[in-house]
Design a protein around this ligand. Structure first.
Ligand code: GLV
Ligand code: MG
Length: 324
């Protein structure tokens, strides 16, 4: 390992993150009773400009009065380029800051954006005498945010997670798509002629680079990488495929923009019993190898070594966290 220390963000389950518009209080009760690990109450893109003041009030009331159980509660504020943002922070943190765990900053573009919100939140927390510090989640969803992702990820001790906001990212980069997440038939390769003379189209994942870059920036700073929305809530198979490819790259969770996506995210983002069992067998085999003075052995015909221990420990620790 490098001599450079990486402090991990507070350990929280973040397999599913449910988006709930602050202007729809009729949805709050169901969200509170859902199996989502994190709920973010939205003041940004799901709320029309005229509804923002009322949405703030709804959220303050709901944070104070509803029983959200052990859920991690987040607030998506408006962007720093709008005049809504200061009131989102001041009103909600002043009036309901004790039940708020996280603030989600959309369209974050530079480390200075993070600094600005940090300063505001710090003043409110100090003035109110709150003991708990609110953490930050950042949505990487602009070209600027992606360009400055490393500085953003390191910009505050409050930082906990980075989220890939695929819809705004597509708009910002002028990607040729109008759906939220998912695949695009034109992001593909056409094979040369195969033995039978046919050619095949292989669809690719147009978000691979962005998602991978975000995973690296998050992990290098001890943060959780979380994949964002998948808009077609009538396509559970498409959602699961998108979630799996994010999980395989190292993401810890995925947004649910519809309650039906919560169980899918929790399923995909939890290691399966078979994965945990194999990880435990690797740990057992390596413990035995170590006792015999060996650093690498074979298990089921494959090489395992000290790196395998680290991979297996990640899986087993995650399974324990979920069980707890
Ligand atoms: C989320 O905010 C997105 O733009 O995808
Ligand atoms: Mg967005």
């Amino acid at each position: 390992m490098s001599f450079f220390p990486i402090d991990p963000a507070p350990a929280r389950l973040n397999r599913s993150e449910l988006a709930v518009p602050g202007s729809q209080p009729n949805m709050f009760e169901k969200a509170a009773q859902s199996d989502a690990d994190v709920v973010f109450l939205d003041l940004e893109d799901a709320v029309a400009p005229d509804e923002k003041p009322q949405a703030r009030k709804n959220i303050i009331k709901a944070l104070n009065e509803l029983d959200w159980g052990k859920k991690t509660m987040s607030l998506r504020i408006n962007g720093l380029d709008t005049h809504y943002m200061y009131r989102d922070v001041v009103d909600v943190v002043e009036q309901a800051g004790e039940r708020l765990d996280l603030i989600m900053i959309p369209k974050v573009g530079t480390a200075a954006d993070v600094y600005a919100v940090d300063m505001l939140v710090t003043q409110i927390e100090d003035a109110k005498g709150y003991k708990k510090r609110i953490g930050f989640e950042h949505i990487i969803e602009t070209a600027l945010g992606m360009q400055n992702i490393n500085e953003i990820a390191a910009a505050s001790k409050r930082n906990e997670s980075l989220h890939f906001g695929v819809a705004d990212y597509a708009a910002s980069t002028r990607a040729r798509t109008t759906v939220i997440g998912g695949v695009n038939e034109h992001y593909s390769v056409l094979t040369d002629k195969l033995a039978d003379g046919s050619r095949q189209v292989h669809w690719g994942d147009m978000w691979h680079y962005a998602l991978s870059r975000m995973v690296v920036a998050a992990r290098a700073n001890g943060l959780r990488p979380v994949d964002g929305p998948f808009g077609d809530f009538s396509d559970p198979d498409g959602y699961k495929a998108a979630a799996y490819r994010a999980a395989v790259l190292g993401c810890e969770g995925k947004w649910a923009i519809h309650p039906s996506q919560i169980a899918l995210a929790n399923e995909v983002m939890s290691p399966s019993a078979a994965e945990v069992e194999r990880a435990q067998r690797i740990l057992d085999a390596m413990a035995k190898a170590e006792a015999e003075g060996k650093g690498a052995v074979s298990l089921d015909g494959r090489l395992i070594d000290y790196a395998s221990i680290r991979q297996a420990e990640v899986l087993v620790a995650k399974a324990r966290q979920i069980a707890a």
